[in-house]
Design a protein around this ligand. Structure first.
Ligand code: PLP
Length: 256
């Protein structure tokens, strides 16, 4: 059971590639990586970004996929249109399930995806995506809509499905309310996953950890629906057992 994450490094260990491979390991899946960028980061925020060349990203993806039996792939921070093009080209060559976490802005406000890259994400990567996992601000950027309620969420989900995504997990954590509601849509229907909202500042890397858990579950052979439902249980537990390190947002990916 092997998964590949194509994402950025978080030196603080809470998000990105580090969250992904810890989550894979926790779920009994062997993690392989293709790194898009290094970030100089801690619990207070992103202090610097150093992206790899498109050629070197391609070399990493080719090296892993030409030799290792990867059963599921996820993407996280992709940073630029050039890097997205490389990922899309690489993914077209095979039929492994692809989870796309459309990472755009870190909690501290730093951009992890250049503005010009949004179009590449929509036109090159989403058409070949099995599961896309936007939070509300990301869904707003992808669709150009303002999302305030469940009717907006449904309309935005339809727009994202129309881009070619097979399943979209609309993460409701950014909305108000006693419960955090994630709604999963596909062309034939939808279901809702509802959990009590947890008040904590230690939520760094929650999105990365959730999409990594979905990817690990797919690598283990679970169906798409099961993979998402089990990942939701996993992330809820992770949010309930965070680690308070540093002076800012501690990581979610601490498994008690
Ligand atoms: N750094 C990297 C490399 C990431 O991929 C992400 C999120 O995907 C973040 C930082 C942001 O994490 P958060 O917004 O949860 O603090």
């Amino acid at each position: 059971m092997i998964a590949l994450t194509i994402a950025g490094s978080d030196s603080g260990g809470g998000a990105g590639i580090q969250a992904d491979i810890k989550t894979f390991q926790e779920l009994g899946v062997f993690g392989t990586t293709a790194m898009t960028a290094l970030t100089a980061q801690n619990t207070l925020g992103v202090h610097g970004i150093f992206d790899v060349t498109p050629e070197f990203l391609k070399q990493q993806i080719d090296a892993v996929l030409s030799d290792i039996d990867v059963r599921a792939i996820k993407t996280g921070m992709l940073f630029s249109a050039e890097l997205i093009n490389v990922v899309a080209e690489g993914m077209k060559m095979q039929s492994i399930p692809l989870v796309v976490d459309p990472v755009m802005i870190a909690k501290g406000g730093e951009s992890l995806l250049q503005e010009a890259a949004v179009e590449a994400l929509k036109t090159k990567l989403l058409p070949i995506t099995t599961i896309c996992t936007p939070n509300i601000p990301e869904a707003e950027v992808l669709t150009g809509m303002t999302i305030n309620n469940e009717s907006d969420i449904k309309q935005a989900a339809k727009k994202i499905l129309a881009m070619g995504v097979q399943y979209v997990v609309m993460k409701g954590g950014h909305l108000q309310g006693e419960f955090s509601k994630d709604i999963v849509y596909w062309r034939g229907g939808y279901f809702t996953m509802k959990t009590p909202r947890v008040e904590t500042k230690n939520t760094h890397g929650t999105g990365c950890t959730f999409s990594a858990a979905i990817t690990a579950n797919l690598a283990k052979g679970l169906s798409v629906e099961e993979a998402i439902i089990e990942a939701k249980k996993f992330i809820q537990l992770a949010i309930l057992t965070p680690l308070s390190i540093g002076n800012g947002h501690g990581p979610t990916n601490h498994f008690a």
